[in-house]
Design a protein around this ligand. Structure first.
Ligand code: PLP
Length: 392
């Protein structure tokens, strides 16, 4: 992309007012409140992404088009550089978004009545799988100790041993809302259990780029044996903040699993990704390495700021340092909120978070708090919490 294109690019206003002007869901749903409820950062997108989209708009590229740019090839290069994993572009498909990939996996790998494992508390749409598909929800609860949240691998083993009707695990890797990252040993054990019990794995790795120092994202499909049972879902949406323009990848390492995915008509899937989304994704994956390195510095500093300031100024709020994501999982149990926790927090502080009970029963008294904002804004939000809630 020629340098001059960047020079002439308008710079978007990423402030709350700027976000409201372009009617972003995150900043309009709760009026003037500080928006921390949606899993979207407000730190912009790489200039190459904006330049490519400008170019398409300037050229009026709105009509039908052939297969979007080489999204799967760009994905493979991106994950090679970022995570040491080189998926085969021939063994993936595009979907409109990651959730479509999950529902596709449920459709092709399970029958009505089959069990689908999800680890709770969990990103709310996972709790819709069972009611919307007549599959059986099998909860694999995480547990918490003084160090934070953890996966209970022995518990998973017992679940699978006791329920032969389980056919699928839908994993959130890294985990929304707790920010927990699976270790290599945990992934290997999950693959061994899936193999033993003939269970497929959908590994939702949409937050995989946003793992902070001290932890490492290990793509599920790098684990020996995973290729026979795993479909990995990914996209640039969380990393680059372009959830509105739709493009995701469903990657396999096995022709049989690819055929399974392709057994559902592309017509039912809306024909794949949106062109703008696909082109933005390619521009991001082809050019975004150093931009993401900088984004991660901000997010890493923000997670420490949130956890350290709460520990010092509001010690009754229980929170653990997330290993990944821009999401804080705040426990307000010590306050015994007298209403739904998100409403209680909004009333006292003007912060609109996402209510913990949306993530399942373990989310009682919790709020998920998005800290992917400019550091000044984060500090302002924490100030509001400090002013609105008693510290001791
Ligand atoms: C774990 C996880 N999966 C999927 C999504 C949604 O992705 P998409 O918009 O591509 O369906 C989100 C968004 O917050 C998420 O956190």
């Amino acid at each position: 992309m020629p340098e001059s294109l960047y020079e002439n690019l308008p710079v978007p206003d990423l402030s709350p007012d700027g976000r409201r002007q372009v009617r972003m869901a995150k900043w309009t749903r709760y009026g003037d409140a500080q928006a921390a409820w949606l899993a979207e950062h407000d730190l912009g997108a790489p200039p190459e992404v904006r330049a490519r989209l400008h170019e398409l708009v300037a050229g009026g590229a709105f009509g039908y088009h052939f297969e979007p740019e080489n999204v799967l090839g760009s994905f493979s290069q991106w994950t090679t550089q970022r995570h040491g994993w080189t998926p085969d572009p021939e063994l993936g498909i595009l979907t409109e978004n990651v959730l479509q990939g999950i529902w596709l996996g449920v459709e092709v790998f399970t029958q009505p009545g089959d069990g689908v494992v999800i680890s709770t508390p969990i990103y709310p749409p996972f709790l819709d799988i069972s009611p919307s598909t007549a599959r059986r929800q099998v909860e694999w609860p995480m547990y918490r100790d003084d160090q934070g949240w953890h996966n209970d691998l022995d518990g998973l083993e017992s679940l699978l041993a006791g329920d032969p009707g389980i056919r699928l695990m839908v994993l959130c890797h890294p985990h929304n809302p707790t920010g927990v990252v699976f270790t290599e040993a945990e992934l290997a054990r999950i693959v061994a259990l899936a193999t033993q019990h003939n269970v497929k794995i959908i590994s939702d790795e949409i937050h995989g780029d946003l793992v902070h120092p001290g932890a490492k994202h290990i793509p599920m499909l790098t684990i020996p044996g995973a290729e026979a049972c795993t479909v990995t879902l990914a996209s640039g949406v969380k990393t680059f903040g372009f959830g509105g323009i739709k493009c995701a990848v469903a990657q396999t390492a096995n022709e049989n699993l690819l055929e399974n995915l392709q057994s559902v008509s592309a017509k039912l899937l809306g024909g794949g990704a949106n062109r703008m989304g696909a082109e933005a994704t390619v521009a991001a994956w082809d050019n975004g390495q150093s931009w993401v390195d900088e984004l991660k510095l901000i997010l890493d500093a923000n997670r420490h700021c949130l956890v350290d300031r709460l520990a010092a100024e509001l010690p009754r709020v229980r929170v653990h340092l997330p290993q990944a994501t821009f999401l804080g999982w705040l426990d307000f149990s010590a306050y015994s909120p007298d209403d739904r926790t998100d409403k209680w927090l909004l009333r006292h502080t003007g912060i609109a978070g996402q209510d913990g009970e949306n993530f399942g029963a373990q989310g009682a008294n919790h709020v998920r708090f998005t800290f992917g904002v400019a550091p000044e804004l984060l500090n302002q939000m924490i100030d509001q919490m400090v002013e609105g809630l008693p510290g001791i």
